[in-house]
Design a protein around this ligand. Structure first.
Ligand SMILES: [Ca+2]
Ligand SMILES: [Ca+2]
Length: 317
């Protein structure tokens, strides 16, 4: 009679059904073991994957890249295999930004974007569409960050688009905040006159309409990084009186000027303004908002035709 301890215990393992998932995910593999002995998972050599617990029959497998991998469960003299199919995951841009302040035309400017990819073995490329009519350019990727530089040759307000692509062709894109390019040489902008303020322009009293008077001048003095200028806007029906106190930037493109800065509403500070004016036809739009909240105080969004004049460009004032 053999004793119990002399019996070679029969161990039977099953690797379970084939599994699939995505790179970076913990993919469940449900092996079983019956009889004595300990389970042990192995994977084909060189696979970029790790078991959560190679000594547990039911565990998870996480892979740093997509692919099809064969996993083997052994226990005693029994072994069984299953196939794990891992798909690619797209990279994701987590933040992107351009320069903190307006940049001069013909000066280099840089943008950068941080990204992640669940497939940590993946490599990446990035491009930036600068939105100035040119072809997108290639950026540099390092430490999960794309950086790229560009020199705008013309003034304008652009929103560049960054695209990050992994080595499996999956990508993510992000549109940057407004990137303001100004050109000191582009000439001054000025205007004075009356516009009809349409319903909706003054959110505090959306039904209010009437005449509003405006005046503005803006230009870049020699070697200045910010423009010099002055804005007045009076909407009598609302008793709204805006006066500028400072300038951020002026962008002139052909016959269109966009001028942004700070000012007061009825004597109280803490407001921002943006004027968009065109010369021929002469139109004038002004947006005024409370800086602390972003709340719009006034915006004649459909630029009104001017009784008076607007000049953009031409000789310096
Ligand atoms: Ca991949
Ligand atoms: Ca990927």
């Amino acid at each position: 009679m053999p004793t119990l301890t002399s019996i070679d215990p029969v161990t039977v393992v099953h690797a379970g059904s084939d599994a699939d998932g995505t790179e970076g995910d913990a993919i469940r593999i449900s092996g079983t073991l019956s009889g004595a002995g300990s389970p042990k998972w192995t994977i084909e050599k060189g696979a970029p994957c790790a078991f959560a617990d190679a000594g547990a029959a039911a565990t998870t497998l996480t892979c740093r890249d997509d692919g099809t991998y064969e996993v083997t469960l052994t226990g005693g003299r029994s072994s069984d295999t299953a196939t794990v199919t891992v798909g690619n995951a797209a990279p994701a841009i987590t933040s992107a930004h351009g320069p903190a302040s307006p940049v001069a035309a013909n000066r280099a400017t840089a943008v950068s974007a941080a990204f992640g990819d669940p497939g940590s073995a993946d490599t990446h490329t990035c491009t930036v569409d600068w939105k100035d009519g040119g072809e997108p350019t290639r950026g540099t990727v390092s430490d999960s960050r794309c950086t790229a530089t560009h020199t705008y040759t013309t003034a304008g307000i652009r929103r560049p688009v960054v695209t990050v692509t992994d080595d499996d062709g999956a990508s993510d894109r992000r549109t940057l905040p407004e990137l303001v390019v100004y050109d000191r040489a582009a000439g001054p902008a000025a205007g004075v006159g009356i516009v009809t303020s349409a319903a909706g322009a003054y959110p505090a009293q959306p039904g209010l309409t009437g005449k509003a008077a405006f005046s503005f001048t803006a230009d870049y003095r020699r070697n200045a990084d910010v423009p010099t200028g002055k804005v007045t806007f009076d909407f009598g029906a609302a008793r709204l009186k805006f006066r500028s106190t400072g300038s951020d930037w002026l962008v002139v493109t052909k016959s269109r000027a966009v001028y942004q800065g700070s000012g007061t509403v009825n004597g109280a500070a803490g407001y921002g303004f943006r004027i968009t004016a065109t010369d021929g036809p002469d139109t004038f739009r002004i947006e005024v908002w409370k800086k602390s909240t972003g709340a719009v105080v006034y915006d004649n969004a459909t630029a009104a035709t001017v009784t008076g004049f607007v000049t953009v460009g031409g000789p310096r004032l």
